[in-house]
Design a protein around this ligand. Structure first.
Ligand code: GYE
Length: 344
């Protein structure tokens, strides 16, 4: 979709006005606060560039920061883009409003990292009616596939299976296969594909072991702060926890603080086996110290694939509906071999 320069200038004006409406800012002293949540400067539109609106979930984790940086450094002027970056601020209504705003501006492409799967139908339909291709990235949407162009991200359910399989093999290696294993799970945001998939994958494996007992599953929204607070509560309620599975590294980092404060030992030489997801650089350091035992990789570097998809669409080429990124599993045993090549 090509829009003339004059029209694009008008779009900038509409964009500025609608952003004010969308993110609300009556008093001048509030202005910087609300602007900070959206993009910093308005791009100068030109037909040379492809205008892409990218709606991020927020800043809930280090994984997210790596994902945001990847998009910012891929969708650059050098690569031929006007990027409109919108921070969803962990608010799904805000994400939907931002999407509607991008549609009314008739941007060339929209990329969404949905916080939750639900609620996207009407906006996807509106984008389709305007002929704007929508790329869903990272988490998924619960909508008919005919309403969006493609999805790019991780196989969350497989990640859940991988984590439980690692646990199974580890318990076998230390001769604990037949012991009762008391498990606590820190879950990610309710309704987010990353949480739904990982929980499903984990549960499918856990069910195969009669002696694996899930003491509690609690939502800590993928954040370090909530990971700590929720773990503090859990530690007051349960003793003799054998395994803590955290659906991302940041919640695990928080939970580790809670365990330290409560005098509960964890890791290779401790009482609680620590299993996590994402495989952040900090997770590698903790694995090398033996504090974190395994982290199932979740690759945030998906902007490159999104760029490829757009280039193919521009060239009129076919693209796959579902595009998975490559991922591995790292543990305290092999973290040292890989830490230097980690990019996030
Ligand atoms: O694991 C977590 C986060 O959706 C895959 O979101 C993503 C998850 C990631 O913030 O750290």
């Amino acid at each position: 979709m090509c829009v003339g320069t004059q029209w694009k200038k008008r779009i900038v004006a509409i964009f500025m006005v609608s952003m004010l409406g969308l993110f609300g800012c009556a008093a001048p002293e509030d202005a910087s606060e609300s602007l900070e949540l959206v993009r910093a400067d308005a791009p100068t539109y030109s037909d040379e560039y492809i205008t892409v609106g990218f709606i991020q979930t927020g800043k809930e984790s280090d994984w997210r920061d790596a994902n945001t940086n990847d998009f910012l450094s891929t969708f650059t002027r050098e690569n031929g883009y006007n990027l409109i970056y919108i921070d969803g601020n962990s608010d799904s209504d805000r994400q939907i409003k931002a999407m509607n705003d991008l549609i009314s501006q008739e941007v060339d492409y929209i990329i969404i990292d949905p916080i939750v799967e639900t609620g996207w139908n009407d906006s996807l339909l509106a984008a389709q009616e305007k002929g704007i291709p929508v790329i869903v990235s990272d988490r998924m949407v619960n909508a008919d596939e005919s309403l969006y162009t493609c999805w790019i991200g991780s196989d969350f359910e497989t990640e859940g299976h991988k984590a439980a399989k690692w646990l199974e093999e580890y318990l076998e290696s230390v001769g604990r296969t037949d012991e009762t294993i008391r498990i606590v799970i820190l879950e990610g945001t309710e309704g987010a594909s990353a949480a739904i998939g990982r929980t499903n994958g984990l549960n499918a494996e856990i069910e195969k072991h009669e002696n694996w007992e899930v003491l509690t599953t609690r939502c800590a929204n993928f954040t370090q702060g909530e990971g700590k607070n929720i773990m503090e509560e859990i530690l007051k309620e349960y003793e003799d926890i054998d395994v803590l599975i955290s659906e991302n590294d940041n919640m695990m980092f928080g939970a580790m603080k809670a365990m330290e404060q409560a005098g509960v030992s964890y890791g290779v030489d401790g009482d609680v086996i620590t299993v996590s997801f994402d495989a952040l650089h900090e997770a590698f350091e903790l694995m090398m110290e033996g504090k974190l035992m395994v982290s199932v990789e979740c690759n945030p570097l998906i902007a490159g694939l999104s760029h490829e998809v757009i280039q193919k669409l521009e060239a009129g080429e076919e693209i796959d509906m579902v595009n998975y990124v490559e991922e591995s599993v790292f543990s305290y045993e092999n973290a040292a071999d890989y830490i230097n090549e980690r990019k996030y």
